[in-house]
Write a new protein. Sequence first.
Lengths: 247, 355
Amino acid sequence: MTSPTPLRALIVDDEELARRLIREYLQGHADIEVVGECENGLDAVRQIAALSPDLVFLDIQMPRLTGLEVLELTGRRAGVIFTTAYDEHAIKAFELHAVDYLLKPFSKARFDDALARARTLHAPAAVTPALDALVARRTAPLERILIRDREQVHVIAIEHVECIEAQGDYLAIHADGKCRLKPQRISEIEEQLDAARFLRVHRSFIISLAHLQAIERPGPDRHAARLRSGKRVPISRSGYEKLRALV
Amino acid sequence: MHPILADARRLLWYVLAWLVAGVGIAALLRLTEQAEWAGALAFALPICLVWSFVALSSYYICRGLPYSQRRWPVAFGLFGGASLLAALAWLGLGEAWDSMGGLLARGKPFVAMTSPGWVMYFAAGFALHLLSLLAHDVLVAFESVQAAARREAESRVLARDAELQMLRTQINPHFLFNSLNSISALTGFDPAAAREMTVDLAQFFRRTLALAERERITLGEEVALCEHFLAIEKRRFGAKLATELRIAADAAACLLPPMTLQPLLENAIKHGIRQVDGGGTIAVDAAVRDGTLRIAVVNPVAPDDAPAGVHGVGLKNIRERLAVLYGPRARIAWQRGPAQFAIEIHLPVDKETGA
């Protein structure tokens, strides 16, 4: 199953020798052309957007952004081969979602096998459901929220997030007096957040309990949360019950 | 606080025991025909009740004289003197209470005590107080044995933690598998370098195994181990990682627990060098000044990479380990600047005899 045009591959790993090994293993595959190398996650986000390669060899533990964060930010869900030396969390997630990965050090035979599998799955612009689930359902709660704004990537530490508001297809992340938009569903981020620190108080609102200052009652049977920044967030009836149970 | 006062049930039993002693004194007074039962009980019970609390003061005397620092003549003198003073106070209390009885409705004292009677009463006070002191002494000794056992158990747990920590360092899977991957890559284009890296890896693990069994090693030995570690990491990170080791000769001879410096370097690479785009230099300085071994590690960090907790865990482990081994004589402090991280360890100088 060789494609008529060569597959364009990007190698992402912060260790030069690891990248070099993949290049060497790829030499036997004439139908694959390496179009770039990245040594950190931010660079990977940029290059994936700029080059839109057919295949990405993606290391999980990297400076700046992890491999999974790169996928989250780029929206890429196909043509990815993960590599990792050791990461209990990531490996558990790969197994759970039946996503293929290469454990370093890996043999040429194992590499070719992964490549063959990626080729059969490869269909441009298609979304692999397993990868989608892997990125959406993290095993560990989110520690930071990443927002891509054209060339820039904003990293917001989770402690700084006051509240998250659903606005159409976007989430408005309120933190440090700023509001940034991220394309994601509120139910998806709700699952990723630590339930002990964040609460969905309304169909379109999640608040940080650490930023909650008071619960107000603007009218009979109506509640609102006042946050430390002074911002007010409406609370639904079921949200109020959940909040009462927690506070 | 006094262990008896801290627990209501214990206090109740304790007071009851004193009231039994009061009944005993009353019986003695009745038997020696100093008083009727009613008078004898009215005299002895309130006094014993009051005295039960006075006797608790023995606890503080006994605690002030721990076994380990006790000179026996002093202890005997103090116990005897305290009991004598207490017995005098007990006598005064007895006479006062007895004459109070006279002022109360009955019109006459509770007991018609003769002089031998008062002597006997005085002797009883002396004996009771001495008994209280001795009982408290046993109590305090028991407490300190328990506390020592608890401390020992705690330090055993910490020592085992340190051991586990060391084992984890020995087989840090991330380090091991990434190094093997680098060797695998090198075999393709630089077999000599692959061989060198294999040897460094083997030396690092061999030395770690050998050193981990020892309680103290010289800083020089630790540095030799770290050099193998750094040689491996330099292959992995290439030009990103540079090091400057300045180890003074007298510092290299100092003893310290194994794996004190290596985790600092590992941290400096993991949280520092790796996160900085162009990499940088890790500077290690070790020197002896005023009887203190001072080891400082400085490395660059990425400016926007701010998670404070990340560095914390490993460093807290080192801090706890040093605290167990050296107590307040060891110091470890770290500081994160906008572009660099600096950590400093101070240990008391401890040299191998003849080294």
